[in-house]
Each structure stands twice: as C-alpha cells, then as structure tokens.
Design a protein around this ligand. Structure first.
Ligand code: ADP
Ligand code: MG
Length: 309
C-alpha cells in the first residue's frame, strides 16, 4: 500500500471473540465480544458505541494486549499481536499503541508526582527531542494544561479530567499510531469536553494518530468520528462511515440509538440501563426475518448484521 494512500490501514481486527470464564467448580461463560471485525485507518477517528456491557472495553483491552482473545486476530503492521510476547517487542508495541481508560487515577501511582509518566517514556524510548523539558511544556500547553500548575503535583492534587489530558499529552509526545480512549469524556466537565474532543481531532489530522473513541454517547460519537462501530451484546451490528450510518441506520438497535439521542448537554449515565424491552424484541424479530443473511454490506462502506446465527 502506498504511503500517500489516504486510507492506509494501520490495524485490522479480524473475527475477534472473547469468552470470559468465571468460577471454578460451576464455571460460567460470558461471550463479551463475538466475531468482531474492522479496520483502523491512519489519522481517522472511530467511535465504538454501545450500551453498558456491550463489549466495548473488552475490545479496547484486547487491542492493548491486556487480555488475550479466545479466537480471532488483531493484525498490526502485518503481524498478529498475539505473536508479540517478549518484553522488548511488547514495549515496542506500547510505544505506538496506547490507551486511556475511564478511571485515569488507576494509571498514576499515587506515591509519585505526575511528571513520572513523562520520565518513564523518556527513560524507555528514544523520542528525539533535544530539550525534553521544553517538549513537555509545549505538549501540556497543547492539551490546555498550565505546566507550572501541573508538573510537580501528585495525582490526587489534580482532577480526573486533568489527568486524562496529561495522558493525551503523553500520547502526543510519543506520536502514537493508535490511541484507545475509553469513555474519556465522562470525566470532563462540559467546558473542557469540546476542547479535548477538538484536540483529538486536530492531533489525528496533524500527526496521523488514529483514535478509537469508546463511548455510550451517540452524540459525542457523531460529533467526533469518521467511522462508527455500533456494538450490541458483544456483536458488531452496524459499521461504516458515521454519516452513512446516521442517515441510513438499518439495524433496529442503531435506529433506537438515533431515535433516543438526548438533547446536547443531557448526559447518559454509563451505568444506567437504557435498553427498552421493546428493542430486545425488535432485534430478535429482525434476525428472525433475515435468517442466514449474516453481516452484509448495504452500501459502499456501510455494513449491517442482519442475523446473528
Ligand atoms: N474479566 C471479566 N470476567 C468476566 N466477565 C467480564 C470480564 N470483563 C467483562 N466481562 C463481561 O463482558 C461483558 C462486556 O463487558 P465490557 O467490555 O466491559 O462492556 P462495556 O465496556 O461495553 O460496558 C459484560 O457482560 C461484562 O460483565
Ligand atoms: Mg466499558
């Protein structure tokens, strides 16, 4: 593929399935992710949208190699990431693929000043800045943090939103290929939210960073993304250019999402169950009426799961 190709694929997720087993004597199996496939293109933002429990975080964790798939592959630069096992290669992978999770406090060691997240990357990687401190200060400005009020602080002295922006700053410094942002925005107050979203969009355009923007909030997904992936009960039910999905939503779950979109400014509680019984029934009927069709491209770059057998 040519370097100038606008749609350069950096990662391919192929038929990814994750089944969790819990309990020893009477094990229970949860299919968190089933047969999910999509490509991640350079410099593009993909929204991964679905209600709580639909498997979004599991997809993120699989890409970040925090857990192993039950089946399927994640191909990064021609290699199945399951083959990356030794420490050196794993470190190399994390040089280019990073995640920011819902609870940024978990990423920071409470005993160390936040500067340590930068020290660690400069210790581990050759980042090619002549003046390390200047580079850090510049990138903090880029994410709208005042370096003098941020550096030298302990994690508990900053807000969740500030810590998330620190992590975005780190990703920008490292010039990552793929950033997984899991419910990133839920921690931010309204005044910061749009700023951070715009920052992500700009970084993608400028640095060619791809973002997987995981959200249960369709509004945010629509605002920010080029491509959308709609997940329902572990399955990818609709996939394609965000605009096409919006204008021509086909799966009953996607339709419901777009019909139920709250006013801008209304917040959906990520823990809240908002799936009406009626939708469960509609999805069942839809699959029943389309038996055997499976995952089908309905127009160029827009595919729908018509039946889940
Ligand atoms: N470590 C785990 N062990 C067992 N079940 C899990 C584990 N992690 C997630 N699950 C289950 O997998 C499903 C998908 O979870 P998750 O990926 O966190 O969904 P989402 O991020 O969309 O809310 C849920 O039913 C959840 O309870
Ligand atoms: Mg989640």
């Amino acid at each position: 593929m040519s370097k100038n190709n606008k749609n350069e694929v950096v990662m391919s997720v192929k038929n990814l399935t994750k089944i969790f087993k819990s309990g020893i004597f009477n094990p229970e199996y949860t299919t968190a992710v089933k047969d999910v496939s999509f490509d991640i293109e350079k410099g593009k933002i993909i929204s991964l949208i679905g209600e709580s429990g639909s498997g979004k975080t599991t997809v993120g964790k699989l890409i970040l190699k925090l857990i192993n798939p039950s089946s399927g592959q994640i191909i990064y630069k021609g290699q199945d990431i399951a083959e990356i096992t030794d420490k050196k290669d794993t470190q190399k992978y994390y040089r280019r693929v990073q995640g920011i999770f819902q609870d940024p406090f978990a990423t920071f060691n409470p005993l160390y000043r936040v500067d340590r997240v930068f020290d660690m990357i400069f210790d581990s990687y050759e980042l090619g800045f002549s003046d390390k401190d200047e580079a850090i200060r510049k990138v903090l400005h880029d994410v709208n943090l005042n370096p003098d009020r941020t550096l030298g602080k302990f994690p508990h002295q900053l807000s969740g939103g500030q810590l998330q922006r620190l992590l975005i700053a780190r990703a920008l410094l490292m010039d990552v290929d793929i950033l997984i942002a899991d419910e990133l925005i839920s921690m931010l107050d309204a005044s910061t939210r749009i700023g951070v979203l715009n920052l992500l969009v700009e970084s993608c355009k400028k640095n060619g960073m791809a973002v997987i923007f995981i959200t249960h909030d369709l509004n945010l997904g629509y605002y920010i993304s080029d491509q959308s992936l709609i997940m329902y009960k572990g399955r990818l039910v609709e996939r394609g250019a965000t605009k096409k999905i919006y204008e021509n939503s086909t799966h009953p779950y996607t339709k419901m999402l777009f019909e139920a979109v709250p006013e801008i400014g209304d917040r959906w509680d990520p823990e809240e169950e908002f799936l009406p019984e009626q939708v469960v029934g509609e999805v069942k009927d839809f699959y029943q009426n389309n038996q055997g069709r499976g995952f089908v491209e309905v127009e160029k770059g827009h595919s729908v799961l018509f039946s889940d057998e």
